[in-house]
Write a new protein. Structure first.
Length: 211
C-alpha cells in the first residue's frame, strides 16, 4: 500500500509538470530547446523539482509518524503518570545538569514507564534503566531511589550530548552505548534519527511530554 501511494504521488506530480510544459510549448514557442533555456521556464522547472522533493519527504515523514504512533499506543497516559509522579524531581535534576525536563520525562517513559523498581533482562535498573557499569561511572549508589536515578539520567544525557554534539546522537548512545555509536560513526553514514528508539523518544517529546 505504501509503495502504491508513493507511485500515485509521483504520477500526479509528473502529470502536472508535463501539462505545464505542454501548455507553455503550445503558446507560441516553436523550439522546445529555446523554451527550456528561457529563465522563467527553467525556474518553473526547478520549482516543480523542489516542490516534488518536498512533497515526497513530507509524505514519508507522515508515514513514519503514523508507524511510530501505533507503537506508542497508551504512552500518553504513561507519560502523564511520569510527570505527575516525578515532575518536581525531574525538574530539579534536569535543572542541575541543564537538561530539558521534557526530554528526561520522555526518556523515563520509554525506558521504565515510570516504574522506579523495574530491572530489565540485561540488568538495567530504575527510572532511567541504568546498568551497573554506567551506574559506577556516574557514581549512582542506589538506582532504585527515584531522585538519585533521575540525577544520573540527566547527568548521562548531558555527558552524551557534550560528547557527540547533538540530541539525537546522544539518545542513540543512551540506548546503544557510546562505544557502539562511535563504531557506527566510524563506519560512516550513521543517522541516529532513523533509530526506532530515537523516534519513540522524540515522538513522546513532541506530543506527550510536559512537566
Amino acid at each position: 500500500m505504501k509503495n502504491k501511494n508513493k507511485k500515485l504521488l509521483k504520477q500526479k506530480v509528473f502529470l502536472i509538470c508535463s501539462v505545464a510544459f505542454l501548455v507553455m510549448f503550445l503558446s507560441g514557442n516553436s523550439c522546445l530547446l529555446n523554451l527550456y533555456k528561457k529563465k522563467d521556464v527553467y525556474d518553473l522547472y526547478i520549482s516543480y523539482r523542489q516542490n516534488y522533493a518536498s512533497t515526497v519527504t513530507n509524505y514519508q515523514h507522515q508515514l513514519e509518524e503514523k508507524k511510530v504512533a501505533k507503537l506508542l499506543v497508551g504512552f500518553r497516559e504513561v507519560t502523564d503518570n511520569v510527570s505527575k509522579e516525578y515532575g518536581s524531581r525531574i525538574k530539579k535534576a534536569a535543572k542541575f545538569y541543564k537538561r530539558d525536563p521534557r526530554l528526561v520525562v520522555s526518556v523515563v517513559a520509554i525506558e521504565s514507564k515510570g516504574d522506579s523498581r523495574v530491572i530489565s533482562p540485561k540488568g538495567a535498573k530504575g527510572l532511567g534503566q541504568i546498568n551497573d557499569i554506567t551506574s559506577s561511572h556516574l557514581n549512582l549508589k542506589n538506582p532504585f531511589n527515584p531522585y538519585e536515578n533521575l540525577l544520573a539520567t540527566s547527568k548521562y544525557l548531558k555527558e552524551l550530548q557534550d560528547r557527540f554534539g547533538d540530541r539525537n546522537t546522544a539518545l542513540a548512545a543512551y540506548n546503544l552505548g557510546p562505544g557502539e555509536v562511535d563504531k557506527r560513526i566510524k563506519e560512516g553514514n550513521f543517522k541516529p534519527e532513523n533509530l526506532l528508539y530515537v523516534k519513540k523518544v522524540n515522538y513522546i517529546y513532541r506530543n506527550f511530554a510536559k512537566v
